[in-house]
Write a protein that binds this ligand. Structure first.
Ligand SMILES: [Zn+2]
Length: 148
């Protein structure tokens, strides 16, 4: 996403819309883009620097580390902010900044139940195991009581 400095009025500029997914190269790591990047940002120029603040959202498909199933996740950057010194070029590409913030907000160990929308099969299995373990603990205790 390139911004021409001449197009930025002194009071700043509000940008809202969609861009190509900036992290398409992560396909090999099990992260696939679902649709474009939505952004709402305010940009401005002051003191020889460009600043921008706003929010980003990119829907991606991730693979759960527990059950290995794919699930949909929104990478949200609620407080996107950047400030970069201006030297020379009249256009500034915001894409690298957006990519960096998306990557920072990408879960390192994604779990399909992280957003509360579904129950992870692996977690369910784990809960069932814990439950049967707890029951056998109780039955051991019951046996102990009977002996007295
Ligand atoms: Zn899962």
């Amino acid at each position: 996403m390139k911004v021409h400095l001449k197009q930025i009025p002194s009071e700043g500029l509000h940008l809202e819309g969609e861009e190509d997914c900036p992290i398409a190269e992560l396909e090999t790591e099990g992260v696939s883009c679902l649709g474009p990047l939505s952004h709402k940002i305010d940009i401005g120029v002051s003191g020889g620097a460009l600043w921008a603040t706003g929010s980003l959202k990119q829907t991606v498909k991730l693979r759960c580390v527990a059950c290995l199933e794919s699930f949909t996740h929104d990478i949200k950057v609620p407080a996107f902010a950047l400030r970069t010194e201006l030297h020379g070029p009249e256009t500034i590409d915001l894409t690298p900044f957006m990519r960096e913030d998306l990557l920072l907000n990408l879960p390192a160990h994604p779990r399909c139940d992280r957003d509360g929308g579904r129950i992870c099969k692996a977690a369910q299995r784990y809960a069932a195991e814990q439950e049967s373990k707890r029951k056998s603990d109780w039955s051991a205790l019951d046996r102990l009581k009977l002996k007295r």
